[in-house]
Design a protein. Sequence first.
Length: 517
Amino acid sequence: MVHLHGDFLGQFCARRPLGRSMSETRGGAARRRAGDTSAPAASPATGLDLHIELAGPRVRAALEAALREGVQTGRLAGGMRLPATRTLAADLGIARNTVAEAYGQLVAEGWLTARQGSGTRVAEDAAAWSAPPPAAATPSAEPRYSLRPGQPDLSAFPRAAWLAAARRAILAAPSDAFGYADPRGRPELRGALAAYLARARGAWAPADQIVICSGFTQALSLLCRVLASRGAAAVSVESYGHQHHRDVIQASGLSPRPIPVDDDGAVIDHISGSSAAVLLTPSHQFPLGMPLAPRRRAQAVQWARRAGEVVIEDDYDAEFRYDRRAIGAVQALAPEHVIYAGTASKTLAPAVRLAWVVVPRRLLPDVLSAKSLTDRHGSSLDELTLAELIASGDYDRHIRRSRLLYRRRRDRLVAALGRSMPRPEISGIAAGLHAVLRLAPGMREADVVAAAAGRGLALEGMRDYCPAGVTYPEALVVGYGTPPAHAFTTAVTRLCAVLQDRGTLAPPRGARQQGPP
Ligand SMILES: Cc1ncc(COP(=O)(O)O)c(C=O)c1O
């Protein structure tokens, strides 16, 4: 890079502080001084910003050297259009002729090209000699098909409805929506969620206690940091669950303490005495899939009341239930002791990065302060869009359509496995987007996962969801929601083929017919 020194810095530097527009540049100021208040020309040919530093008393030579160096280092990429001579001259505060002569010289040397109608560009192969050699192509290790759990069918994202909602919401938004906002998030979304959560999830959710977060991940992190700042040391977690969530808890300064899970869900009696909270997935235990039994729900609330602590209710996929009626949120039983958390990652897509927590009043100031210190608040434009999607009814319509789609997939998966093996042991299928498939005694899930990868199918075993030291059954967690519609049949066919090859499915336990829990 050409360095600036002495007085020339003030005289010739066209470098502008980040965030300032063209009209604030030297050229813009000069035009304003001359009484020209028109905006700088905005055509692509003339309105380009170019960071150039000039050094030395000979302006043209300095400009040539700076441009040459930009091309050599690859900073100015082959084919890139340069600003029109008039624009660059105005930005640098130098004569237009000087720029034209510098361009002409570099065209003659082969660094730049100039063609009538397409302006001056960096020559395509000018930097080839100095560019680093292209990295050797590494074959993609990712199998073509996936039945990994964790996300919905991304190809089913309601693009048209989202775009239409964004358009309506942004056109209607008041100007202040584009400024800094309440750390809780936009009132439009909190209002829409308050009504939705009360209607669809039976939660107690006043809009002023809802905090919009960037995914459940951020919500969990904020909650744990608040608990840690109040002196907490540990959070109890279900022994089967996301390693990611245990990591988030740990990174917030707390220690995750696993509690066992049986056929009725988390064993509440085992919450450790030192826990300031328990993280539960009551409507659909992740990943085993059973709901928390009514007695256990009551026990969890009693524990929180007695100990003065909180339950964090991760309601991640409650919208998807098939053979049973919706199970209402535990939070409604004790809104001052249960923090309800929902997310758009399953109903829409993880990329939306919107989740919501309903926070008990006594924790709200601390949570808002933590949120504000983390990112002030989330993207108001996305929040307005989701608010409009919910208010228009399109969110509910998408969920109902998706529920039907995933139910059919689940039925097809169960039928295909049933055709491949006599009565395979499948569980957790009354709800959600994944199923748990037990393997035969002696079979290792790692072998099955590796065999599937060899057939171009990504699978995950139960082991991925258990902390070290917790014994787990050899099983697959099959995310039937994951593949796009066109790949679903192939993915399931490959799964069945792998299982048949290896004879890995568990034989039925006695005469017990396996079915939805
Ligand atoms: C158990 C569980 N909770 C919550 C989430 C959602 O996390 P986030 O909102 O950060 O995407 C997921 C997503 O995979 C999940 O599996």
